[in-house]
Design a protein around this ligand. Structure first.
Ligand SMILES: Nc1ncnc2c1ncn2[C@@H]1O[C@H](COP(=O)(O)OP(=O)(O)OP(=O)(O)O)[C@@H](O)[C@H]1O
Ligand SMILES: [Mg+2]
Length: 250
């Protein structure tokens, strides 16, 4: 099994391997098995859209991959990190160096400028101030906000705020971005711009696992996965939403 992963026909390197991951909440009659044996593999530079009904466990899966929640069973390998069932206090390095997060509501600090928001996150990850400053500028340029670095979140549009959050997520050279409904608070055009930015970042080798309820955006990813009844399955737009879903071909 392990050997198969490394001898895949395409030359792309496997970045993330999730193996038989299980997670439930509660106990006794109130026990809810949410993830029932998730298997998932992502290559360097891949953009994968994760879909599924509300409450099916998408955020739970992201939280475990992101090292902020432990699984009940199974394992994860991400870059040089191996974890899964360990308590989050044991996987600090995954959070500092392995993954960057992007949320629906941006999670920026209101009083800090775009630049300081990114610098602050880098400093928290242990990067010295001078280097943090340089890396933050570099990341903001990458998301096309070079002329907005000194603006605070209130002075930025929703799409611009999300781009600050993306700069913050990529600034530490983290190989995997976890995006939980990143376009959920954005209008259609800004959502599409975020998706275009994701694709550019993927070309540079970053991998992105993105939860979305929007089938049109999902169809722009390299691959779609459907999480249902505790398991993931490869999906195309029609099997995910049915042929009468109203999704038009472009
Ligand atoms: N800490 C917790 N304690 C108890 N139950 C939880 C906890 N976290 C999540 N759950 C339950 O696990 C299930 C999956 O939740 P999760 O947030 O992962 O769903 P989701 O797919 O992200 O949904 P949505 O699309 O609405 O964001 C839900 O039934 C939720 O109530
Ligand atoms: Mg969720």
């Amino acid at each position: 099994m392990i050997n198969d992963i490394h001898t895949k026909k395409d030359s792309k390197k496997v970045l993330l391997n999730v193996n038989e991951l299980t997670k439930g909440f509660g106990s006794g009659r109130n026990r809810l098995e949410v993830l029932k044996g998730i298997n998932l593999e992502m290559n360097d530079g891949e953009l994968v859209a994760l879909m599924g009904p509300s409450g099916c466990g998408k955020s739970t899966l992201l939280n475990i991959i992101g090292g902020i929640l432990h699984a009940d069973g199974g394992s994860i390998s991400l870059d040089k990190f191996s974890y899964g069932t360990e308590s989050p206090s044991k996987v600090v390095d995954v959070r500092r160096k392995g993954v960057g997060w992007i949320f629906q509501d941006f999670h920026l600090i209101d009083r800090l400028s775009a630049l300081d928001n990114v610098i602050f996150a880098l400093e928290l990850a242990g990067i010295p101030s001078k280097e943090a400053h340089f890396k933050a500028e570099e990341a903001l340029i990458k998301v096309n906000l070079q002329d907005r670095m000194d603006f605070i979140p209130d002075q930025l549009s929703g799409g611009q705020q999300q781009r600050v959050a993306i700069a913050r997520a990529i600034a530490g050279d983290r190989p995997l971005l976890l995006a939980d409904e990143p376009t959920g608070n954005l209008d259609v055009k800004s959502g599409e711009e975020i998706m275009d930015l994701f694709k550019e970042l993927c070309k540079e080798g970053v991998s992105i696992l993105m939860v979305t309820h929007d089938p049109m955006l999902a169809s722009k990813a390299d691959r779609m996965l459907l999480l249902k009844d505790g398991l993931t399955a490869a999906s195309d737009i029609r099997s995910a939403w049915g042929t009468d879903s109203g999704v038009e071909e472009e």
